[in-house]
Design a protein around this ligand. Structure first.
Ligand code: KIV
Ligand code: ZN
Length: 512
């Protein structure tokens, strides 16, 4: 029997910490349901003390996820731990994850604490968390740059205090695979009570080594990996779940353990996270990139046709790639629509939202005869945006483009319930539209990124537009989908403006 490798997904916590990736509680729930369907063992749902919204999001996930353990992050502070425990109350299986930094630079420059104080606070935090649950994880932040003797002392003490998982983060992505593997091997060997806890790793990708470091740790005894879908996460991101899981699965000749994930859900999860956060997946990204299984060059194609194994080490269908499947059409009724959404993990609490989504579906089916799962996901995002109490809504727009003429856009918005109209010329139809919108809203934000992708194949596909805007250093993403990409662009821009106009007061776990 092989050991089990526990997959701990932190897309909703560390992933959400990447600038622009913040999610609403409903969006978090949709992702959590997809992770549960994929049989992820632990879902880190957020950092409840950060804000009332974060608290509510963790509580909602804890209430509705039954198949995975739901985890909440807490600094090694009483108020953080108590708040995390409160948010996790409805969970069927709950874990509190508490942490404090142990590297000399973090203790000196950030915490202004002596090592002995850090050790005492770590033990106190674990004991407090154990009052609420017997599933407690402890992380010595910046372990990758900590002194091994001190790490050993802290780990021994927190395991004695009741930590059931000890997680070793390479917080700044500084380690090399052979070094990090050796660190894990030594910790397991030198910490006297190491057999009383699961050793976990959490690697950041600053040098592009997050997956390599995590796998090296697994080869040296780690039995939990913390990772995110598409490698989303702060700065260069975290270790990508899909790469960890598929490497372990594909190289069973090397790994002494395996996961219990349903890998056929990987592509779905990847698309969902990308479309909710507005972080597109690069085409050549391993496993989930559009080209990952495309054998373009003639020589490869010839080889693959003769024998799949010539160039393929995994089967595309094993990670959930399939040709777009038509799931609904013009004549599909409300029940078929609702049933398909349930299969996708989408349940509307309010009947009027389901009705609104169904009306959108009918409109879309008039323009586009075959509706795919990807269309439905975009449609659900649009409906949720619409039903949210957004200050700015698109009422109508008219854009004129003609060779030799300057493009012109006329836009009518509803701002706080009052209709306002503006028109503007522009370098192109999107530029004209954005200028017209900005001349109504006066947000003062800068456009940092604009991208458009087709949701499915074919020229009648919906275009999904992502925009990223920045106002005084605060970055948000906006998304919009439509068969008309200029309308999709306007929706995306308005979605981003609604977010940037909303005041954000939110604590960051790693800033004291
Ligand atoms: O990168 C890190 O150190 C973290 C901890 C909170 C585990 O995210
Ligand atoms: Zn992290």
């Amino acid at each position: 029997m092989k050991d089990k490798l526990i997959i701990f997904d932190t897309t909703l916590r560390d992933g959400e910490q990447s600038p622009g990736a913040s999610m609403t509680k409903d969006e978090k729930l949709r992702i959590a349901k997809a992770l549960e369907k994929m049989r992820v063992d632990v879902i880190e749902a957020g950092f409840p003390i950060a804000s009332p919204d974060d608290f509510e999001a963790v509580k909602l996930v804890a209430r509705l996820i039954r198949g995975s353990t739901v985890c909440a992050l807490a600094r090694a502070l009483d108020k953080d731990i108590d708040t995390a425990a409160e948010a996790l109350k409805p969970a069927a299986s709950a874990r509190i994850h508490t942490f404090i930094a142990t590297s000399p630079i973090h203790m000196r420059e950030k915490l202004h604490m002596q090592p002995e104080q850090v050790l005492a606070q770590a033990v106190h935090a674990v004991k407090r968390a154990r009052k609420y649950t017997d599933n407690v994880e402890f992380s010595p932040e910046d372990a990758g740059r900590s002194e091994i003797e001190f790490l050993c002392r802290v780990l021994e003490a927190v395991i004695d205090a009741g930590a059931t998982t000890v997680n070793i983060p390479d917080t700044v992505g500084y380690n090399l695979p052979h070094q990090f593997g050796e660190l894990i091997r030594q910790l397991i060997e030198r910490v006297p009570n190491s057999d009383k806890a699961v050793f976990s790793v959490h690697c950041h990708n600053d040098l592009g080594l997050a997956v390599g470091n995590s796998l090296s740790a697994v080869l040296n005894g780690a039995r939990q990996v913390e990772c995110t879908i598409n490698g989303l996460g702060e700065r260069a991101g975290n270790a990508a779940l899909e790469e960890i899981v598929m490497t372990v699965r594909t190289r069973q000749d090397v790994f002494p353990c395996d996961t219990t994930l349903d890998t056929t859900q990987i592509v779905n999860c990847s698309k969902l996270v990308s479309s909710i956060t507005g972080f597109p997946v690069q085409p050549n990204k391993a496993i989930v990139g559009a080209n990952a299984f495309a054998h373009e060059a003639g020589i490869h194609q010839d080889g693959v046709l003769k024998s799949r194994e010539t160039y393929e080490i995994m089967r595309a269908q094993d990670v959930g790639w399939h040709a777009n499947r038509m799931v609904l059409g013009k004549h599909s009724g409300r029940n078929a629509f609702r049933a398909r959404l349930i299969e996708l993990g989408v349940v509307f609490d309010r009947e009027e939202d389901l009705n609104a989504a169904f009306n959108r579906f009918k409109e879309l089916a008039d323009k586009k005869h075959e509706i795919y799962d990807e269309d439905l996901q975009a449609l659900v995002s649009d409906t949720i945006q619409e039903s949210a109490k957004e200050r700015i809504k698109l009422v109508s727009m008219k854009v004129c483009c003609e060779t030799g003429e300057i493009p012109n856009a006329m836009v009518t918005l509803s701002v706080d319930g009052e209709e306002r109209q503006s028109h503007s010329p522009g370098g192109g139809p999107v530029d004209a539209t954005f200028k017209a919108i900005e001349s109504i809203v006066h947000s003062g934000s800068d456009l940092q990124l604009y991208s458009v992708n087709n949701i499915t194949t074919g020229t009648d596909s919906q275009g999904e537009v992502t925009v990223r805007i920045d106002k005084g250093g605060r970055i948000v993403n906006g998304l919009g989908a439509d068969t008309d990409i200029v309308i999709a662009s306007a929706k995306a821009y308005i979605n981003a403006l609604n977010k940037i106009l909303e005041p954000e007061e939110r604590a960051h776990p790693q800033q004291i």
